[in-house]
Design a protein around this ligand. Sequence first.
Ligand code: ADP
Ligand code: MG
Length: 412
Amino acid sequence: MKFTELKIGDEIKKNLENSGFKKPTDIQYKCIPSILVGEDVLAVAQTGTGKTAAFAIPIIDMIDKQKKNRRTDGIKCIVMCPTRELAKQIGSVFNKLSKHTDVVNFALYGGVEQDKQAAKIQKGIDVLIATPGRMFDLISQKIIDVSSVKYFVLDEADKMLKLGFYDDLIYIKKILKQRHQTMFFSATIDDEIKKLAYAQIKSDAIRIQISPKDPVSKNVKHGVLFVKQDEKRFYLLDFLVENPQAKIIIFARTKVRVERIKKFLDKNNIVCDVYHSGLAQTERERALENFRENKFNILVATDISARGIDIANVTNVINYDLPEIAENYVHRIGRTGRGTNKGEAISFCGEEEENLLKNIENYTGYQINKVILDEQTRKKAEISTLNDNKSLQKMILDTEKHISEKAKKRRK
Ligand code: ADP
Ligand code: MG
């Protein structure tokens, strides 16, 4: 099937062509017609399979047609997602696909001044793409009026429903006055969340698209390397030196660990930047933009960038630490192998992380391939780590010796 066969406006078809989209992906093929006829959708498809356009295309088309028929004011669609950068990214997909149509989109998120956002909204928008915090702020200030909303989308739906956003969802569904269409999208969803989602969808009109058994994108080759905790640095450095052309996201467990990895890489003259929730919003955006534009090729990040972020040419993901939430494994490694690209992911599993690995394997439903290293590299890791530890120990001993000699001299 081609996009040209779909009953959508010519402008949108042109925009798809200009984006280099030749034919719909599976999830687009399944979702677009359903959404166009007004069905509610719970769509589960692997990372990088074009879920954003799967809801953006029909929504833009329906709103554009309504606007061309008669003047209609007010927000017609709300898309909710978990992070600011994701809101911005989804906003830019909507902008790209709605060029030369009458549809006006706006991405709303916290961490920046509210006044300009309010002014833009009050000028009139059709599609609001938002993170929950700022959106509910503006609803309570009566800057956002949701009474004309007809389409409601939750992207990264399982995360949104889990994150304590469930009450928010119930609240917003209550204040949506119109009969509206509800759409849930995610790469992962479990039975509990599915139940919550079902409760929010019209039972008479529901389409569910479930991806194949393996939740990991088929474009991602992934493996696990068993290491000693203090050898991780060696293996990271070794990988980066061996793969100078690679564009890599390195995931670590905490902000502090992310910053430590950056310091370590700085010391070894490897250019990289960090991305985590401890940064100012401008720094967060700058880091992601610069990475997107290849100003540097290594981004060290926390799970905040595990979901949704679409940077086409990321070749590798390294889990320096395993994720504590099993499904985040799928999302993290799904930052590579997007669209038609292929990608590779490797996870370092330290001695204390074997339980996390078990949880992940329970989640994926199979054992993750073990990466076997040659003896030489293993030996090198041992020696290098030993030397690292030795030089640290030597430093400590030297300092102690220095202090005790000083003390001796003083006694004399
Ligand atoms: P998901 O939300 O499923 O993880 P995205 O919507 O972020 O995936 O899309 C992943 C990538 O695939 C994006 O870079 C997007 O431009 C590209 N893409 C989406 N639809 C198509 C298509 N029909 N043909 C080619 N590329 C596409
Ligand atoms: Mg997505």
